[in-house]
Design a binder for this molecule. Structure first.
Ligand code: THG
Length: 379
């Protein structure tokens, strides 16, 4: 870790907790295990690091890490019109979605702007939008009421704990038995661990494989954390957090990090998750059809920088991307990649600049740097 000071220049400040900023059911456990940095996500404290960024990355790439991702809040939809509401809110054909399946969906407004990019889970009697960092409870309730749907919409007491990395499956087998091997990507089952009610899903915000244990009783957070930690000892488990380096290498979208309030899913490289020709008339469909026909104004690309990463921590502000001295985009994330042994970033650039191999310049906090565009993901 560099620059672990209280200077605002490094993006590290002290934060005062109050009832507006919610704590996770795993909060006490993460404090015991030495959490060093939090961010705020869905108005809740989210661990970012336990003080050893490099070790946390290595554990994710080669072992197994456990992450408090309770901030991935659920909006739950149940009742007779649950499917109709969930489909109206999702820019993806859900007509064949089965109980026990999950799907990555774009939730858009009427102009096709990306409001959130959740994982949608279909349980036996309800749906969960497992959310990124925006206030979707208000949107879902508003649409339900405006359309007169017979549904219940709430934020349930559900808090995901992720296990991620190549040894996560062995740990899941130890905890839940051989049946977990049959769970497909984004597949989920309703189960329990010694009486602690859970949904187990093959998911997580990394490309290293793993599961998320959706805790359905916040009073059992400490017990679940300790149980997973104890079972994981033989695999070298340790605490971590959604990893900034790995997510850039893997090109995973950070809503609000890589997007602005005006970004549409095509600009966020979500085209393959958007069904513009499906029968369902979801919110934003007409606008998305138009954008699909014209092509989006911007695209998200990778950058390979000539120089160093400005810091190990997320950028405080997006960095301007220049072509011939003219701004053609912004860079929203930059890291030194241990896997590629160079500095890489994620940028949103005007479509005409997107050809792979285009040389640009980036105004980084440590000076102007040359960079080359390439398609995402890097790895
Ligand atoms: N798990 C759960 N909830 C979440 C996240 C999660 N909510 C917030 C955030 N993450 C939602 N955003 C994403 C972004 C990317 C992916 C998942 C959630 C993801 N994408 C892969 C990709 O783009 O390559 C795979 C998508 C696919 O093939 O369908 O995994 O992580 N519970």
């Amino acid at each position: 870790m560099t620059n672990a000071t209280t200077s605002t220049d490094s993006g590290i400040v002290q934060l005062t907790i109050s009832p507006r900023i919610r704590r996770s059911p795993f909060y006490a456990a993460t404090v015991r295990d030495g959490v060093s940095h939090f961010t705020v996500y869905n108005k809740m404290l989210m661990p970012l690091s336990f003080g050893h960024l490099s070790a946390e990355y290595q554990r994710l790439m080669h072992g197994v890490a456990m992450w408090d991702v309770a901030v991935e809040r659920q909006v739950e939809v149940s009742g007779p019109d649950a499917h109709a509401l969930v489909q109206a809110l999702s820019a993806r054909d859900l007509s064949t979605m089965q109980v026990g399946q999950g799907k990555y969906v774009a939730m858009c407004d009427h102009s096709g702007r990306l409001l959130n990019d959740p994982v949608l889970l279909k349980l036996s009697d309800r749906y969960w939008f497992s959310l990124a960092d925006s206030d979707m409870l208000m949107w879902v309730r508003a649409v339900a009421a405006e359309r007169g749907f017979a549904v219940d919409v709430c934020e349930p007491d559900v808090s995901p704990l992720a296990i991620q990395g190549p040894k996560a499956e062995a740990l899941a087998v130890k905890l839940f038995g051989e049946r977990v091997r049959a769970i497909k990507y984004f597949g989920c089952i309703e189960t329990d661990l010694q009486g602690i009610p859970l949904v187990l899903c093959r998911s997580g915000w990394s490309k290293q494989g793993g599961f998320e244990l959706f805790l359905r009783d916040g009073s059992r957070g400490d017990a679940l954390w300790e149980m997973v930690k104890a079972a994981g000892q033989e695999f070298g488990i340790g605490p971590g957090a959604p990893n900034h380096i790995e997510r850039v290498e893997s090109g995973l979208l950070s809503w609000g990090g890589d997007t602005t309030p005006d970004t549409n899913p095509f600009e966020a490289n979500m085209a393959k998750f958007v069904d513009v020709d499906c029968a369902a008339d979801y919110i934003g469909k007409a606008a998305l059809q138009k954008i699909a026909a014209q092509g989006p104004a911007r695209l998200m690309v990778g950058l390979r920088l000539d120089g160093q990463a400005p810091s190990d921590w997320p950028l405080i502000e997006r960095a301007p991307v220049l072509l011939d001295g003219r701004q053609v985009g912004t860079m929203s994330a930059v890291v030194f990649s241990p896997a590629l042994q160079c500095t890489i970033g994620i940028a949103q650039v005007q479509r005409e600049v997107v050809q792979a191999g285009q040389r640009v310049q980036v105004v980084t906090p440590i000076g102007l740097q040359g960079a080359v565009t390439q398609a995402l993901p890097f790895i």
